[in-house]
Design a protein around this ligand. Structure first.
Ligand code: ASP
Ligand code: MG
Length: 426
């Protein structure tokens, strides 16, 4: 039993769909396979934009039409038979999307977000299922909302593992006997039948949930890069590809913001010792990277950049020390406003945290804590992390930067600085 995850870039145009069909047709007939797919290309961003417009009572029709044309254009390129059922399915999905957007209410932003943004994966998985079927592969389209059970924390739903495991184990094995199961990444469902999402880029995590519940032999993330790289090639001019790294290493890289794997993905695989391959869908015969149980004493430094950061510092109003009681108040408020701590540091009379900058959440937090603390904040900033650093990598990363906060442990170096040109730009 294998689980394959295809991201947005691997279904961005008709050629990309044909590439997947070729890749799957080359597999030995004997294995069972679950295919988890993301929304096509930049569809999720486009849906977010349409929803923002609808929420602000603005006209969303141009974006909706563009998105519809994009999907139908690919369907036309893939299905010469204009009577194929996929045409009607995609049109219906866009009608439903339009109705959802027309009925957007000015409250419950996060709930409506999930109902609308999830459409991207429903579309891509339908097109992929129908296309593979047309190419002679036996496939079954699974609406994963029926078995990937979550709570109702909209936009960041928490998986109910017990129910999900039961539902997946009840549903999938019989389907897998004769079919490749094609399903959606990123989305899930509550017991009440509402759609939820697992957080942006959550499709990797969806695939890991299926792999865990089915005790898969391995999971593969198919990407447009050769494997797990030590830096984002869009930001750094030179990168290297790891051949093999330990689960722990990959979990930490994802935690610090390496964008190649969603942070929650590796833990469920590590629990069952399921190897995770990261491979290029452009060169499927190349080995890529394997993340598994292994030990390496020395691996190449990894460079991770988080942009759009905010550095908040809290000072007690009377020049008193920042006490544990104060820290507890600050942590409580960060958690309530859903601001994640990326780095923190304390001194006698102040406490600083670096978080992703979300204007509304930061503003609400500041208002909430202003009666108790004097609060300063700085944004936009960059957070650089170097894992497994050496002197050369430290020198390279800190050169010419205006550093606002710096922290170093035995393996990891982090700095928060004002936006400086990224290595690829300088
Ligand atoms: N389509 C979703 C996103 O772009 C989920 C994913 O691609 O993993 O965030
Ligand atoms: Mg994506």
């Amino acid at each position: 039993m294998l689980v394959y995850k295809f991201g947005g870039a691997s279904v961005k145009d008709a050629g990309a769909f044909r590439n997947i069909a070729r890749l799957l047709s080359a597999l030995p007939q004997t294995g069972q396979l679950v295919v988890v797919v993301s929304a096509m290309g930049k569809t999720t961003n486009a849906l977010e934009e349409m929803y923002q417009q609808a929420f602000r009572q603005q006209d969303f029709s141009e974006g909706w039409q563009r998105c519809r044309q994009y999907h139908l254009g690919i369907v036309q390129a893939l299905f010469p038979d204009k009577g194929a059922s996929v045409y009607g399915i995609i049109e219906n999905q866009f009608q439903a999307l339009q109705q959802l957007l027309e009925r957007v209410e000015p409250q419950e932003f996060d709930f409506q977000y999930d109902q609308i943004i999830s459409v991207g994966e429903l579309l891509s998985s339908q097109i992929l299922h129908h296309f593979l079927h047309q190419q002679g592969l036996a496939t079954h389209w699974l609406d994963c909302r029926t078995c990937l059970r979550t709570n109702a924390t909209w936009r960041e739903a928490q998986v109910n593992w017990t129910q999900t495991e039961t539902l997946i184990q009840e549903t999938l094995p019989s389907l897998l006997k004769n079919n490749i199961v094609v399903t959606q990444g990123f989305i899930g469902g509550t017991g009440q039948g509402h759609t939820t999402t697992l957080g942006r880029e959550g499709s990797d995590f969806s695939a890991a949930i299926f792999a865990y519940c089915l005790s898969a032999e391995s999971m593969t993330i198919w990407k447009d890069v050769p494997g797990l790289l030590n830096a984002d090639p869009k930001l750094f001019p030179t990168t290297i590809c790891y051949e093999e790294i330990a689960y722990q290493e990959a979990i930490e890289m994802a935690y610090y913001g390496a964008s190649v794997i969603h942070p929650k993905t590796v833990a469920p695989l590590a629990k069952k010792g399921i190897p995770l391959y990261v491979k290029s869908f452009l060169n499927p015969q190349e080995a890529g990277t394997v993340i598994k149980n292994c030990r390496h004493d020395r691996i190449a430094p990894a460079f991770i950049v988080k942009q759009n950061q905010c550095l908040l510092s809290f000072h007690s109003k009377d020049y008193g020390f920042v006490t544990e009681q104060n820290l507890s108040t600050i942590f409580q408020a960060l958690s309530e406003h859903r601001l994640k701590i990326n780095v923190m540091q304390n001194s006698a009379i102040s406490f600083s945290v670096c978080t992703d900058y979300d204007a509304a959440r930061v503003q609400a937090l500041v208002e909430n804590l202003q009666p108790e603390f004097q609060i300063l904040y700085n944004q936009p900033l960059h957070l650089y992390t170097v894992k497994n650093y050496d002197q050369a990598s430290l020198d390279a990363i800190s050169e010419g930067k205006e550093i606002l906060l710096e922290q170093r442990s035995r393996q990891t170096y982090q700095l928060v600085c004002r936006p400086a040109p990224l290595p690829s730009e300088s």
